[in-house]
Design a protein around this ligand. Structure first.
Ligand SMILES: Nc1ncnc2c1ncn2[C@@H]1O[C@H](COP(=O)(O)OP(=O)(O)OP(=O)(O)O)[C@@H](O)[C@H]1O
Ligand SMILES: [Mg+2]
Length: 283
């Protein structure tokens, strides 16, 4: 279990993460949702020991991450926001190289490379340089690389940003399979659909503050299960209701164009932060 207690990160005057406390259980699929600059990468980097905390603690199964660094690194697979592949090396060599860095013996390295090339469906392109891969293929290779040393926790920073819908779904399928096999997954995303489809629990972060955690349905219900959208003073306004009947009754009292629909995570996020998630990213 990963436990965050009062975690803070300051970069000079910037409070990137503010007194954040939460838990991620073993085998869980957790998604941290937030717009640009919310503190997602900072939190993930602190979890992987790449960025030191300003205050607070993060423990994994009771072990403090800063102190028990080497042992913990073996348990963590990391897919960063930007490519960490060696462009001049082939897919196979990238995996091999990572295995060597993690001290894996030659035979285990070879076996694991075969397994992961098959898992990521990269067998046919295994001898091509990583820099010749499409964005989606590179992302799959980054996931394979993160899995090379058989971690039990996989941390992914916006694993599908910039990918088209078809590739996004391929990545989702890989992640679902891994989670079904018991891997704990913690990803960051600004795609509400990604969080709503994949994650058993989500957290919403904005300007370094964790606003909410819970199952997608719990977070939505706290805002209201149904939304009445109406056009008012040149803007679309939203009112939340627990039942469709309540929303429909309110719609009858509302002049002009209006629509009742089920609420989603984006609605909950807007209500909490007055910001939209997906507009904030050019992808
Ligand atoms: N190395 C750094 N030095 C100074 N400030 C930093 C550094 N890294 C992050 N920050 C600041 O911390 C805040 C949070 O940044 P972070 O990268 O964690 O956000 P994010 O949620 O990952 O955003 P994005 O969706 O754009 O990747 C921002 O204000 C950012 O400018
Ligand atoms: Mg980021």
């Amino acid at each position: 279990m990963i436990v965050y207690s009062d975690v803070c990160k300051k970069y000079g005057e910037i409070n990137a993460v503010k007194k954040l406390s939460m838990e991620i259980g073993r085998g869980e699929f957790f998604g941290l949702l937030g717009p640009n600059g919310a503190g997602k990468t900072t939190l993930l980097r602190m979890t992987t020991t790449l960025t030191p905390l300003s205050s607070g603690t993060i423990t994994i199964d009771g072990a403090l991450i800063a102190r028990d660094c080497a042992a913990i690194k073996q348990r963590l697979g990391i897919v960063p926001q930007y490519s960490n592949l060696e462009g001049e090396l082939s897919a196979r060599q990238n995996l091999e190289y990572h295995g060597r860095l993690y001290g894996m013996p030659r035979e285990r390295r070879r076996r694991r490379t075969e397994e992961l090339l098959a898992f990521a469906d990269l067998g046919e392109r295994q001898h091509d340089k990583a820099k010749t891969f499409s964005g989606g293929m590179q992302r799959k290779l980054m996931i394979a690389k993160a899995l090379m040393h058989s971690p039990d926790i996989l941390l992914l920073d916006e694993p599908t940003t910039g990918l088209d819908a078809a590739w996004r779904r391929k990545i989702w399928d890989l992640l679902r399979r891994l989670n079904a096999e018991g891997l704990t997954i913690f990803l960051t995303t600004h795609y509400l659909e990604e969080a709503q489809t994949l994650c058993r629990r989500v957290g919403m972060i904005d300007e370094g503050l964790l606003k909410k955690t819970g199952t997608p349905q719990e977070v939505i219900s706290q805002a209201g299960n149904f939304v009445l959208e109406h056009f008012q003073n040149g803007e679309t306004a939203q009112d939340f209701f627990q039942t469709r009947d309540e929303a429909l009754a309110a719609a009858q009292q509302t002049p002009g164009d209006c629509k009742v629909r089920e609420a989603n995570l984006e609605d909950a996020f807007v209500l909490l932060t007055h910001k939209r998630l997906e507009d904030s990213h050019a992808s």
